[in-house]
Design a protein around this ligand. Structure first.
Ligand code: G6P
Length: 627
């Protein structure tokens, strides 16, 4: 979704802003802009362009044509108003007295717009952001001529803005009469300050760490309702009452290389290949050994065995692939721990007035830790007083900070919009929780626990084996790139993985696809099966194998072309299907971790064969910070 970068220091700002925005491209956007203040110039210069960043680069000679050492930049993912130059950020008030970039949504923008129009303000765009910009301008103008210092005036105006607007925001702000000073503020939308190294001397702001990593690893996380005032030499952070507060500087442990393509053509392929490492990093620190016995240690969550034994019901909540991970988690958890588990899409959970048991545990799953619906669902649960646990990838993100406890998935930075390694690590976190819960409640004995742990630890090598056979999937994908409709079918865990396989395909290849519980096919969908329609049947669960295969046969009888995905040993599938991919055997409860890989590869190769933008699919965003 939208991205913010800002810089004030001793270097030319525009190239730094463009470089930072490039690092945020993966979040998804449809226009971009920068605003830079040259100390000698009468006013701030704003340049904006619809479409990709390269348009902005061309217009500004890669930033060289826009002079000045202080500025803000933005990539916009349209919400209010179509993607266009005029709706692109930065937005500005008359004579560029206030210039502002914004992530999030101003919910009461219409009412603010009307009030400002009555005062004579003229709006240029259809955005909610312009309402915030002009409102700030009006507050700033009101304090003109008083005895406040420029900084006090700016802080006072920002403070008033923060009280007046409803919604979520991260703001980067320049005032026309304060050259070299960069302001920022946030509520419910991420924002960091980067403290630049010696040679760059200065400060940055950004909505996400990768934007500053090329320049510094030292960051300050701006909290909710906080304001930052930055110059080349100074950094001041204030609370909403404009009282200065101390904030620690955190050193980011991963470096810019982790966010580079590393020789792969796309981030998605790189991230698919990082799965063995990511899975290992997520599992191993939580598997301990004492007296030759392995056990799962989730002490980081603060949940004791007693707490776990007392849990009456588990709820899992997420969006997109995180929801699909929850669908897998439910099956594994119910089978192993015998605790009832409900799974919800975050956007639905909030509005269904969920009945939450007092001894329940709600698990929030999110790669970014910033998804608006998941965050809102978490807040709802906190208000109800039910215990919450976050399974999150981005360290220090809002969901991680606000939940009672957090269990990080150690996938590392994920850049491709279509998630792969983060999803795989979410599965592992849920396996760990399920096995731990099962053992704390006495539902599995030591031998079963030991076997499950061994099978989990073997997953990285097995994923590696699946990856070594990727050319086979590539060959099939090239053959299928022109297809129009694809159905993914499976039962139980194989249905859960079908949901993810179908999402991967549609998001990056733009081919219509649907996932169906295999037994449901004949209750409607089978009418869509005709000659040449591709049906991907997932059959990794021995107990359900024959049933899925017979559902595939029903589809073949209506002309479907069949892709079978199963485990080594289940060779009978070849009598039914046109093409088969086998994955290594594991405990059936963990088979999803292996079956997902060929499905990721299928989507990836089809997208490549169609010549699409694999890492940045149209209309999609990596981190969805609006409802
Ligand atoms: C977006 C992404 C998906 C992701 C979903 C939930 O739609 O494109 O890949 O699964 O958001 O995001 P989260 O960061 O909460 O896991």
């Amino acid at each position: 979704m939208c991205g913010i970068v800002g810089y004030t220091g001793c270097c030319q700002a525009a190239p730094i802003l463009l470089e930072g925005l490039t690092r945020l491209e993966y979040r998804g956007y449809d226009s971009a802009g920068i605003a830079v203040r040259d100390e000698g110039a009468p006013r701030i210069e704003v340049v904006k362009a619809k479409g990709r960043l390269k348009n902005l680069m061309e217009m500004t000679d890669s930033g060289r044509a826009v002079r000045g050492c202080c500025g803000v930049g933005h990539t916009r993912w349209a919400t209010h108003g179509e993607p266009s130059t005029v709706n692109a950020h930065p937005h500005d008030s008359k004579d560029k007295r206030v210039v502002l970039v914004h992530n999030g949504i101003i919910e009461n923008h219409q009412e603010i717009r009307e009030a400002l129009q009555r005062k004579g303000y003229v709006f240029k765009s259809q955005t909610d952001t312009e309402a915030a910009c002009l409102l700030l301008d009006s507050y700033y103008a009101e304090s003109m001529g008083g005895d406040l210092s420029p900084r006090e005036r700016a802080l006072d105006a920002i403070h008033r803005l923060m009280i007046r607007v409803r919604g979520s925001y991260a703001l980067g702000i320049l005032f026309g009469d304060q050259p070299g000073v960069l302001y920022a503020a946030r509520k419910d939308s991420p924002l960091i300050v980067g403290c630049c190294s010696e040679e760059m001397h200065g400060h940055m702001i950004a909505s996400d760490v990768p934007a500053v990593l090329g320049f510094t690893r030292n960051v300050v996380y701006i909290g909710n309702d906080e304001i930052a005032c930055l110059t080349r030499d100074e950094r001041h952070i204030y609370n909403i009452d404009c009282e200065e507060i101390e904030k620690p500087v955190t050193e980011i442990q991963w470096d810019a290389a982790a966010a580079e393509k590393d020789g792969y053509e796309h981030f998605m392929m790189k991230e698919i290949h990082e799965q063995p490492r990511a899975v290992r990093d997520t599992l191993s620190p939580r598997i301990k050994e004492e007296e030759e016995k392995r056990f799962i240690d989730l002490s980081e969550t603060g949940l004791t065995d007693e707490d776990l034994a007392g849990i009456s019901r588990v709820y899992m909540v997420g969006c997109g692939s995180a929801y699909h991970a929850a669908c897998v988690g439910r099956v594994v958890l119910e089978q192993l721990a015998h605790v009832p588990c409900e799974v919800d899409l975050a956007s639905e959970f909030r509005y269904r007035d969920p009945i939450l048991e007092e001894r329940g545990l709600v698990i929030f799953i999110s790669q970014s830790g910033e998804t608006a619906d998941t965050l809102a669902a978490l807040r709802l649960c906190r208000e109800c007083g039910v215990r919450t646990l976050a399974v999150v990838n981005v360290v220090g993100s809002s969901i991680a900070r606000e939940a009672d406890a957090v269990m990080y998935t150690w996938a590392g930075p994920e850049i491709s919009v279509a998630t792969t390694k983060a999803y795989s690590t979410q599965l592992c976190a849920l396996y760990l929780i399920a096995v731990k819960l099962a053992s704390a409640r006495g539902q599995i004995d030591e031998a079963r626990q030991a076997q499950l742990i061994e099978d989990m630890l073997a997953l990285p090598d097995k994923i590696e084996r699946v990856l070594s056979d990727k050319e086979r999937v590539q060959w099939f994908a090239n053959k299928m790139a022109a297809c129009k409709d694809v159905f993914f079918i499976g039962r139980g865990l194989d249905y859960a993985i079908s949901l993810e396989g179908s999402l991967k395909l549609k998001e990056i290849s733009y081919i219509h696809s649907e996932a169906y519980a295999a037994g449901e096919l004949k209750h409607g969908t089978i009418s869509l099966i005709e000659d040449g329609v591709l049906v991907v049947g997932v059959a990794t669960q021995p107990a359900l194998f024959e049933k899925v295969v017979s559902n595939m046969t029903e589809a073949r009888s209506r002309g479907a072309y069949l892709f079978g995905l199963t485990t080594y040993g289940q060779y009978a599938i070849e009598d039914t299907v046109n093409f088969t991919v086998y994955v290594p055997r594991t405990d059936p409860l963990f088979a999803t971790s292996l079956a997902v890989v060929p499905l990721q590869l299928l989507a990836y190769y089809i997208s490549c064969a169609k010549g699409l933008d694999v890492d940045k699919p149209r209309n999609l965003a990596k981190s969805v910070t609006v409802e």
